[in-house]
Design a protein around this ligand. Structure first.
Ligand code: 13P
Length: 264
């Protein structure tokens, strides 16, 4: 069975108290003897205010990780409302999402800003999860792969291969293909289309950084228990970035459990 990255993006949900309750339930539901022997990496991306309780509760150096949903690209200064990558690290995050479509469409993150955030994350020793994806209009116009290529090349324009420092345990970067039209709509991409986009992205990554470099590629967009097995069994899909279904321990772990049952 391949290693699965089960990543939960809570978006603007979960008060600190709710995050604590979630973690207690998660820790009791992921029996160490079962989960630690299987290859799984679980990361939670709470809103900033709820990161500290999550990072405190998740056992250190385990298959649980905490991450932020965004981070600013400057070290410090007059950037009202922004949170730096150093701050994110200091409160216990190993990961940060970069370029989520909601940041792009609601908060105005351009390809250039996404590139600067990605560079800053890598330089500060955080593991970025680079999100990218096409809109429905772009898919219907047959532009999907061209758009994905444009977003990816712009994001890593100023990054060199030796800046991406993965280990045997942890990759230096992850990609998350999230078609905009599939996010929060209940309408996931067809498994074959998601596979095509993820394979394309992985190949582009290798072309840019070298054949020996690999990075996990996740799919996101209406992942739930009922579609988990089909999506996660695709050759180039290494895991899922989950929104709505990551807010309840049962549906979050159910995604992995359904895949596991089908792969066993
Ligand atoms: P949903 O799983 O709610 O569609 O959200 C996906 C997403 O945006 C994860 O980052």
């Amino acid at each position: 069975m391949k290693k699965i990255y089960l990543y939960g993006n809570w978006k603007m949900h979960m008060l600190p108290s709710e995050a604590e309750a979630f973690c207690s339930e998660l820790l009791s539901g992921t029996a160490e003897e079962l989960y630690s022997t299987r290859s799984i990496d679980i990361a939670l991306f709470p809103p900033y205010i709820s990161i500290t309780p999550v990072a405190r509760m998740l056992p250190e150096n385990s298959f649980y990780k905490a991450g932020a949903q965004d981070g600013w690209f400057e070290d410090r200064g007059a950037f009202t409302g922004a949170v730096s990558m150093d701050m994110i690290r200091e409160i216990g995050c190993t990961h940060v999402l970069v370029g989520h479509s909601e940041r792009r469409s609601i908060f105005g993150d351009t390809d250039e800003i996404v590139g600067r955030k990605l560079k800053q994350a890598v330089q500060k020793g955080l593991i970025p999860v680079l999100c990218f994806g096409e809109t429905l209009e772009q898919r219907e116009a047959g532009q999907t792969l061209a758009i994905l290529g444009k977003q990816l090349l712009a994001a890593w324009k100023d990054i060199e291969a030796d800046e991406i420092k993965g280990t045997s345990e942890l990759p230096g970067i992850l990609l998350a293909y999230e078609p905009v039209w599939a996010i929060g709509t209940g309408r996931n991409a067809k498994a074959a289309d998601a596979q095509e986009a993820c394979a394309f992205s992985r190949n582009l990554f290798k072309e840019r950084f070298g054949e020996h470099m690999d990075c996990p590629v996740l799919y996101g967009g209406s992942v739930k228990e009922s579609n988990a097995a089909e999506l996660l069994s695709q050759q180039d899909i290494d895991g899922a970035l989950i929104g709505g279904a990551s807010l309840k321990v049962g549906s979050f772990l159910g995604i992995y459990e359904n895949y596991r049952k089908s792969a066993d």
